[in-house]
Write a protein that binds this ligand. Structure first.
Ligand code: 26Y
Length: 816
């Protein structure tokens, strides 16, 4: 909404509209519950955003400009109401309006269930990018899936993770979404390929034996302080009517898969794996469904705007969020070849100039491959096209490196060592005009370790775009007190121009500013402490260091290294009479993939250690351990502003970027971290004095492995470490049940400690001791915290998007 429109915003009309929506929901103002009012508020606001969404969609200037299509199987958007109010510039006036109705805005906002349509970093990044595209008015459409159930809800039963379905839209539906049945498409699966002859040419035509409808729901992505609203278009799988199914060949209809795959199941649930490929058929079906519907919609928009097919790359670019939507590449080829009957070279010239691919991981277990036989059965025509792409590609490889069989083998889309598999990353690199990693170090490693041959074959194709976060949600909205303090000093432009935060640095040594800054931090810590008290019944000391590790549970992220440090603090408190430490609360929040046993064991161990420490009267309030259940965006919004210390402790070379590191630094937390992912760039920005770097770097890891790493050495030589590890085997944390925590012990001892926890332990403890020392000097600590907030403006996702726009997409902003 423009300033003029905001000025014109009619509060009393809005109140009437809210009451009307309440009535439509079947409630009377006198008896309505908070939840009913929240729904009425959401629906009343959505009227405005839907209007702007449709207007943006029909904007001629946008139709004649180039757009980015962000294809992602995950969009972890979080609650929309509060954020959209900020973007619309209506937060205060709506707070007034609901106040006049006898309600509290923050209470109403609390009623919204998070749409958790993603697992973690990759999905949240997609949400931040949509926010930054809309804020800067670069034409964009987000394409995702309309999962009926988002990421599972987590609870603990005696310390063990339990999963429950996340029915985020139930029972009343989600107030912000708009269904677009007119844009429904039909998506095929299985079947066979026929040859058709026409006018002396032969064409191939896929005849699918299963068809599922893709119906889109649009969520409004509201540009900050602009009336630009882009759609996040989420496809829902729906069964064709039995009547329409009659049209199919009876023999094909009884295809074996037809029985188990009910079309309504296709988008039932988000796969809860993060960085681990399980290779399930239904997941490949989701991927194809998403890709085909999105490619179909992009082509529809392109042609309806009156553009020629061959001009597609000039008007549309398609960004692939990791390899999950890779099948969009052969799908576009199929449509161009078989439906529009272009020649191969013409079709390839279009497709290979349209797609760009972002890699988010080097972990081998996260690199997607699909069995060739499954692919050939589910998508027979696509498999033919993939073979043809590969065949032509391998001819280029032969040209470049004649007779080099090893190069052919590593570069081929098909891995033929063992069961033949389709390597989705290779297909992506071949079919894309640009490939990028997500932090400087990560992009270097993509070139050096993951795709060295591709980098040699296509110099310059692999680039870097360092990730970012939206300062609207991750500072202005989640930390209003700090936001107001900043605005008092440097004005109100910073949420759209985060580099301006640099001006805050001049106050880093100002004693008054330090006090105010730390008072804000303390209030945020109190808000979190209150949450913990009322939800977990643990009493926290807000003078303590709030030490925070919040991210998916994964062995490479080393939550168990943090746990070993916690245990050693506990043991020192009990055993060393002269041991003194600043009080600490160590927070964890993390979901484990339901099938990931070790991750679940680590959660269980943290919960058991927490229970013991928190109930040991000898510890008092020197040390508390809090595992916050059901980590999600709305929980992060409470935790992040309260963090003093941000744990970013992955083994070097494994965390592609991290984005929680950026969020906490922006909110004035100091990072304890390895030289991994974007930590490297955070250090560059804030300076060595304002970050705690420890442990082996990427080269150190390689060297240690070459020398032959033996975790036993550290175990035997470091008494603190040995005692911490041994306590996992006895009854210290599991009274009467020794051995329950053995899986964690085994992971770092018997299993060889694949992520080098024990190798980094001593230096990790050293870094924590530095933190302990520095925290006691409140003025010094405040200075460091202020400088973190001031110096991380680079990590605005607005900057990331501008990097994509300038170096990859080549878009122009269209101001509405
Ligand atoms: C193959 C499938 C099971 C799969 C599903 C989800 C594979 C990976 C993922 C998710 C990956 C992910 O979230 N990666 C993270 O992306 C962030 C944004 O770029 C990075 O900051 C973070 O380091 C990286 O782990």
């Amino acid at each position: 909404m423009t300033p003029k429109q905001q000025h014109a915003f009619d509060k009393s009309a809005f109140k009437i509209s809210m009451v009307q929506h309440l009535t439509q929901l079947g409630h009377a103002p006198e008896t309505a519950q908070q939840r009913d009012w929240y729904l009425a508020l959401g629906r009343a606001l959505a009227e405005h955003t839907t209007g702007d969404l449709v207007a943006t969609e029909n904007d001629q200037a946008i139709k004649q400009a180039k757009s980015v299509n962000y294809l992602s199987l995950e969009f972890l958007i979080g609650r929309l109401t509060g954020n959209n109010l900020i973007s619309m510039g209506l937060y205060d006036v709506i707070a007034e309006a609901v106040g006049e109705l006898g309600l509290g805005l923050t209470d109403l906002l609390e009623q919204e269930r998070d749409p958790s349509l993603g697992n973690g970093g990759l999905g949240r990044l997609a949400a931040c990018f949509m926010d930054s595209l809309a804020a800067q008015q670069y034409p964009a459409v987000g394409y995702g899936l309309h999962y009926e159930y988002g990421l599972f809800r987590q609870s603990f039963d005696q310390g063990a993770q339990q999963e429950a379905p996340d029915a985020w839209r139930e029972p009343e539906g989600y107030p912000w979404e708009v269904v677009r049945p007119d844009l429904t498409q039909t998506i095929g699966f299985y079947g066979h390929v026929e040859v058709v002859e026409e006018a002396g040419h032969t064409y191939r035509q896929w005849v699918p034996s299963l068809k599922i409808q893709a119906m889109p729901w649009d969520l409004p992505i509201v540009g900050y302080q602009s009336n630009t609203v882009y759609p996040l278009r989420l496809w829902e799988g729906r069964a064709l009517t039995p009547f329409a199914l009659d049209a199919f060949n009876a023999g094909e209809y009884t295809h074996a898969q037809q029985a188990d795959i009910d079309a309504g199941n296709l988008t039932k649930v988000l796969y809860p794996n993060d960085n681990h490929d399980a290779g399930k058929t239904l997941r490949l079906m989701q991927q194809y469904f998403h890709s085909a519907a999105s490619v179909g919609d992009i082509l529809r928009r392109h042609l309806e705007a009156g553009h020629a097919l061959a001009a597609l790359p000039e008007y549309e670019t398609i960004q692939l969020n990791d390899t999950h939507p890779t099948i969009a590449i052969p799908e576009l080829m199929r449509v161009l070849l078989d439906d529009y009957r272009l020649g191969w070279d013409e079709a390839w010239a279009i497709a290979s100039r349209t797609f760009a691919y972002t890699n988010h991981t080097l972990l081998p277990e996260a690199l997607e491959t699909w069995s060739e036989s499954l692919m050939a059965e589910l998508l027979p025509r696509h498999m033919e096209i993939i073979f043809e792409i590969n065949h032509r590609f391998l001819q280029d490889v032969e040209q470049k490196w004649p007779g080099d069989v090893r190069k052919q083998q590593v570069l081929s889309v098909i891995d033929d060592q063992g069961e033949r598999m389709v390597r989705m990353a290779n297909l992506c690199v071949i079919g894309s005009y640009a490939v990028n990693g997500v932090a400087a170090l990560h992009s270097q490693l993509v070139k050096r370790d993951l795709f060295p041959e591709f980098d040699a074959l296509y110099p310059g194709r692999i680039q870097n775009v360092t990730n970012g976060i939206t300062p609207r949600r991750w500072l202005k909205f989640c930390n209003p007190d700090l936001s107001n303090l900043i605005s008092e000093k440097i004005g109100e432009q910073w949420p759209a121009q985060l580099e301006q935060l640099e001006q805050v640095a001049q106050y880093a040594d100002d004693a008054d500013f330090q006090k105010t800054f730390m008072a804000v931090k303390k209030r945020n810590k109190q808000r979190l402490a209150d949450w913990v008290k009322s939800n977990l019944d643990i009493t926290l000391n807000t003078d303590a260091i709030f030490d925070v590790q919040i991210k998916r549970l994964h062995e490479y992220k080393r939550q168990h290294l943090n746990l070993l440090h916690v245990i050693s603090l506990y043991q020192r408190l009990l055993n060393e009479p002269n041991f003194d430490m600043a009080p600490r609360v160590v927070f964890f929040a993390a979901k484990a993939a339901p099938g990931y046993e070790l991750a679940k064991s680590i959660i269980f161990a943290i919960n058991k250690v927490a229970e013991t420490i928190n109930n040991d009267p000898r510890v008092g309030d020197k040390l508390k351990v809090v595992f916050i259940p059901d980590y999600r965006v709305s929980m992060a919004e409470i935790i992040i502003p309260a963090a003093d210390v941000s744990e970013q402790i992955s083994m070097a070379g494994k965390e592609a970027s991290g984005t929680g590191n950026m969020k906490m630094a922006l909110n004035g937390a100091l990072t304890i971290g390895t030289m991994d992912g974007a930590n490297v760039e955070i250090r560059e920005e804030v300076g060595d004095d304002n970050i705690y770097i420890f442990g082996l770097d990427v080269d150190g890891v390689t060297e240690l492995r070459q020398k032959g790493y033996q975790p036993e050495t550290a175990y035997q030589n470091q008494p603190l470490l040995k005692a911490a590890l041994d306590s996992l085997l006895d009854e210290t944390f599991t009274p009467g049940q020794p051995g329950l925590l053995r899986p964690v012990f085994d992971s770092v001892m018997t299993s060889g400690d694949p992520y080098l926890c024990l190798a980094d332990f001593a230096d990790y403890v050293r870094a924590h001791n530095d933190i302990d020392r520095d925290y006691r000097d409140m003025s010094q600590w405040a200075r460091k915290a202020i400088l973190n907030t001031a110096l991380v403006g680079k990590f605005s996702s607005d900057r990331s998007i501008r990097d994509y726009v300038n170096n990859i997409w080549q878009l122009k902003a269209i101001k509405r």
